[in-house]
Design a protein around this ligand. Structure first.
Ligand code: SAH
Length: 352
């Protein structure tokens, strides 16, 4: 049991069961007890490792793709380089190092982070001291926008619904004998899920991310108005189907309700929902991370870096390349989708 579990049990005893989204929001972002609010979860000693923490090549290639967008669109100055949920700031540090030689790019760029965790903001400031921080996308400058979000959308709270005839039961978090447990609400029709009546059957579980439409619309509106592009990288697929709520503690799967605030919680990203809110910008085809990185030249870059390494460092480098790209590792599970202006080409590595 965690201090947050006690708070949630008391709240449920008073007000009744809460949605999974409400549970996730507190488990991740509660200002005192939330998972991200209180710790650095990344790396070997943490609970999970992300692509930028695996190898510098990831950020270097993202930087290449974004600077190509900037050049293709006439090298606008000023341009906003923004990241959603930057974690330790590693990805942006690698992007900035890899793009330092692009003439005029650093002079034109201002770096902006959208991050709610004060603890992670402090870590990010060590790596990228020139960044400016925002609680929400809405306060980014009105300028061309180059944006990256790696494993950001998977941390946004989701609701879960189980099909019951023409209606849906919501999966809720309740309390019994001093423990949190999953229950189901009564079935009711839901306008929000009307489109899913076509592709689901009785008993199917679908997930819905309430914050996603507003975030995607804010990014898309800026890109359509001012230019630029956004790269969204995450695990997930086209249209959610099935329970993907997952807890990780110490690199191992855990019971999502067992230790709120002490384990990471994620859900797979529904890229069809991102595509559905991409207008007035366009969205690229959904592309596997391994394919995207290969198209950007990760193997040539890996060979070049390998030539300066030997022994354990070389083994680790080869393993990192494989981990980012191989279909049985992150290569197929993780996907990439870009948002870009209707008048422009998609970023390098992606198809329209
Ligand atoms: N992109 C990083 C970290 C991914 S973890 C990497 O690849 O290593 C998720 C990040 O999103 C954390 O920095 C977390 O604090 C942040 N985050 C989660 N929900 C958020 C929200 N609603 N608004 C802003 N940041 C959020």
């Amino acid at each position: 049991m965690t201090p947050l579990a006690d708070l949630l049990l008391a709240r449920i005893a008073r007000d009744g069961p809460i949605s999974i989204a409400s549970f996730m929001a507190d488990a991740l972002m509660h200002p005192v007890h939330g998972y991200y609010a209180t710790r650095d979860p990344f790396g070997a000693a943490g609970d999970f490792t992300t692509a930028p923490e695996i190898s510098q090549m990831f950020g270097e290639l993202i930087g290449l793709s974004l600077t190509q967008v900037w050049l293709d669109q006439g090298a606008p100055d000023p341009v906003t380089l923004a990241e959603l949920g930057p974690g330790r700031g590693t990805l942006m540090a690698d992007i900035l190092r890899a793009t330092a030689a692009v003439p005029g790019f650093h002079a034109a760029v201002t770096v902006h982070f959208v991050e709610t965790s004060p603890h992670l903001r402090a870590l990010q400031a060590e790596r990228v001291p020139q960044a400016r921080w925002h609680d929400r996308i809405d306060t980014l400058p009105d300028a061309p926008l180059l944006l990256v979000a790696n494993e950001f959308f998977d941390a946004l709270p989701i609701r879960q619904f189980i099909r019951a005839g023409a209606g849906w039961r919501e999966r809720m978090v309740g309390a019994q004998d001093g423990h949190l447990f999953f229950g189901l609400s009564d079935a009711a029709p839901l306008a929000l899920l009307a489109p899913r009546l076509d592709d689901t059957q009785d008993g199917d579980l679908v997930e819905h991310c309430p914050a996603l439409p507003g975030i995607v619309a804010a990014i898309a509106g800026r890109i359509a108005a001012h230019g630029g592009a956004a790269l969204v990288i995450d695990y997930g697929d086209w249209q959610s189907l099935g329970d993907t709520l997952q807890a990780l503690a110490g690199h191992a799967p855990a019971d999502p309700l067992a230790a709120p605030g002490a384990a990471d919680l994620t859900a797979h990203v529904d890229f069809a929902a991102i595509a559905a809110h991409a207008a007035p910008a366009r969205h690229s085809r959904l592309t596997r991370q391994g394919v995207f990185l290969e198209r950007l030249g990760i193997t040539a870059r890996a060979r070049k870096l390998a030539s300066g390494l030997n022994g354990q460092a070389l083994d680790a480098h080869v393993a990192a390349h494989r981990r980012l790209t191989h279909p049985s590792e992150m290569g197929d599970l993780f996907k990439v989708m870009a948002l870009f202006p209707a008048t422009a080409m998609p970023p390098a590595g992606l198809d329209p």
